[in-house]
Design a protein around this ligand. Structure first.
Ligand code: ADP
Length: 263
């Protein structure tokens, strides 16, 4: 029933005062949603007014990461987004019964995203984060068209093969006209209790993506941070309590807070 209604104006069109970041990755499973949820809560914790659109329609995981089972409420023609850890959040998962899979194709995906942007009562946001699906498909392009001022944040692991795919996701910006705000490396080496480093996914992927995008796009694309593998981050994500709030001094929590500061 939320698929009905008119055509309210897009609050994030040209001239918007909200900074909009679309978080992208080349591949799935690199921690894009985890990074997005933590950046959003860290920014809200700093006192900013923050919204989060879960645009990973097929693979949505934001409600779980933010520990909310709330349903959006409807007021007149608008949808009021649930607030989790100070973040206004909307996800297709909030509209589904029994966690059913979403078998939607291009036009429906575009329509859902459009409604998340224009039919949700966001109020005045300082920052809007969009958790894109992995890759360079329909939604990434729709998001760029709807959110004309959005800048991309690229999440990659340190692995070189992953970095090449992530760089391609960043290079989509050449076609969409978006800026790339920076690269976040995730799942970097962790320090073991004996002081040695475990680099499960190798090293250097974040720098590789930063260098390649800086070269192909002809403007500086900084590496904003390198978040280590950290069981605490995984555990807090599973519990719906973002590590930046629950364990801000853990290795991953501290680095994610630092990245949020740089935005
Ligand atoms: P994506 O959105 O890229 O598919 P997710 O954010 O869902 O990836 O993360 C995939 C899995 O990896 C999750 O189980 C998450 O808890 C875990 N994870 C992500 N980043 C880290 C990290 N730095 N250390 C440990 N586990 C992580």
């Amino acid at each position: 029933e939320f698929l009905t209604g008119g055509r309210p104006p897009n609050p994030f069109g040209p001239g918007t005062l909200t900074r909009v970041y679309a978080v992208a990755s080349g591949k799935g499973g690199v921690g894009k949603s985890t990074v997005t949820a933590n950046l959003a809560t860290a920014l809200a914790d700093r006192g900013l007014s923050v919204g989060l659109v879960d645009a990973d329609i097929h693979g949505f995981s934001i409600p779980g990461l933010l520990g909310t089972t709330a349903r959006p409420t409807r007021v007149d023609e608008m949808i009021l987004p649930p607030v989790a850890h100070g973040v206004k959040v909307i996800s297709i998962g909030m509209f589904l019964d029994n966690d059913r899979p979403v078998a939607w194709r291009g036009p429906m995906l575009h329509r859902a995203l459009e409604q998340f942007v224009t039919d949700v009562y966001w109020g005045d946001l300082d920052v809007l984060l969009v958790d894109l699906p992995p890759g360079t498909g329909d939604i990434a392009i729709s998001a760029a068209q709807l959110l004309t001022t959005s800048e991309l944040l690229i999440v990659t692991t340190p692995q070189q093969a992953a970095a090449q795919v992530a760089a391609r996701a960043g290079e989509l910006s050449e076609q969409t006209g978006q800026q790339v705000a920076g690269v976040v490396e995730n799942m970097a080496a962790m320090t073991l209790p004996d002081g040695s480093l475990l680099d499960l996914f190798g090293s250097g992927g974040g720098q590789t993506v930063s260098d390649r995008l800086t070269e192909t796009l002809g403007r500086e694309v900084p590496l904003l941070g390198s978040v280590p593998l950290d069981p605490q981050l995984r555990q807090d994500g599973d519990g719906g309590t973002p590590v930046v709030l629950e364990h801000p001094r853990s290795p991953a929590g501290a680095e994610l807070r630092r990245v949020a500061e740089s935005l």
